[in-house]
Design a protein around this ligand. Sequence first.
Ligand code: TYD
Ligand code: MG
Length: 488
Amino acid sequence: MPSFAVSMSAPTRTDRPERSAHRPMSHGLRRVSGMAKIRPVYICNACGGEFPNWMGRCQSCGGWATVDEQPVIPSALRNNGVGGEASEALCSIDDVGSVPIPTGLDEVDRVLGGGLVPGSVTLLSGEPGIGKSTLTLQVAMSIASSGSKVVLVSGEEAPTQVAARARRLGAVPPALSVLDTTSFDAVSAMISRELPQLVVVDSIQTVRIVDLDSAPGSVSQVREVASRLVNLAKGFGVSVLLVGHVTKDGALAGPRLLEHVVDTVLSFNGDRSTELRFLRSVKHRFGPTADVGVFEMTGVGLQPLADPSRWFLADRAVDASGSVIVPVLDGHRPVLVEVQALVGERRDQPAHLGAQGLSASRLRLVLAVLERRAGHRWDGRDVFTSLAGGARSDDPGLDLGVALALLSAGTDRPLPPDLVVCGEIGLAGELRLPAQLDRRLQEAYRLGFRQAVVPLNSPEGPTGLHLHRCSTMVDALASSRLVASTAV
Ligand code: TYD
Ligand code: MG
């Protein structure tokens, strides 16, 4: 849904385009006797914003004359009750068609709950340059290597470029073809003629339906292309994988409208300063959405990173103050991350607060609780916190790690190198149990950690992992050998 946060001042009589000159013709659907009033909706061609009234300037993106009327016909009018198909008992319907077929890339299959479902449409969204074309090409090559026909519709790159990239990634299977087009009609004709198992469209923003006036990538084009592809996929039982670019603020360029048109939405992101990439499912009609695929971008494409904890801890400086290890959850997967903190004096200028990879509002909360419940004041100090190795997390279980990293940095006393900590901090300074702590502790033990500071009601950890159970943050500070009364 578009954001209405930006409130526009009401246009004056002079800056509002004249209704008769600019307002599109009404579709004439107003009232049918005895039936509900038909309300047209008004949609912005630039950003997809939806409004109950026509306006000369889009309230959502500020574009002029971009809002057009679209008729909406209430369901009561769609059929006059005569003819049509009879309903069917749900239990008699066979669901063999919705069994996923593995792509052969384990990290992708993990996120998709097994693979791509025939007849389904999956949207892979991500910022330009993050690796969408590489990932989809790897999926295409993997499926084609089993002999299934795969067609890659390339509207962005020339077939020679695609072929060069494919050769870098490995042996190019003969069942993989490329279609160099931006025309929807050409894609549609290819699907009905060749019936591939998988069609990759890179990207949805380049495909164009000639009957529509708007430019490729505009809301009406993207939405119409996607819904026609959904019909083709369902009709022919072909899986379709769409690539979609997102803008910097994370919205799918033009429409987030696509999210309800397609069956599955995957987001692909990462920190471009590191080679780590994360694949998550934002919506998945065929299963749960919590699992995460982790990849490393290498010279030969995206390689699965089976053990992300080792990556995040690889450059850890043991015995350095301000460093704490926390097992966080990324989807269902426990991953160990290093919280780092640095506290500096600032006499003349305003103090600075920095949080990289974790939420600044949680950092403020932890600082406030440390001040009120444990007497540690931060006035006039620069406070920086970061998750090492480009990790990002908003797991509440990080709170205690942030508190201990700050205290450790402030006192310049390192924590024991075999210690992990995990717990959410409440406003009263109490420690709360984070989700799936037992699995997090297993992961910590597997990686060689032998003690953990955890909330009082923590489940048992693995044998060999000593638990320091604490009811409050102040107890936890003492347990981790940072004396609570130490002034920082
Ligand atoms: P690309 O898949 O083209 O991104 P997108 O389709 O999301 O715009 O990949 C972008 C980057 O990945 C590009 O900077 C080059 C790099 N890359 C590698 O590092 N290794 C590889 O094997 C490939 C194919 C690309
Ligand atoms: Mg690309």
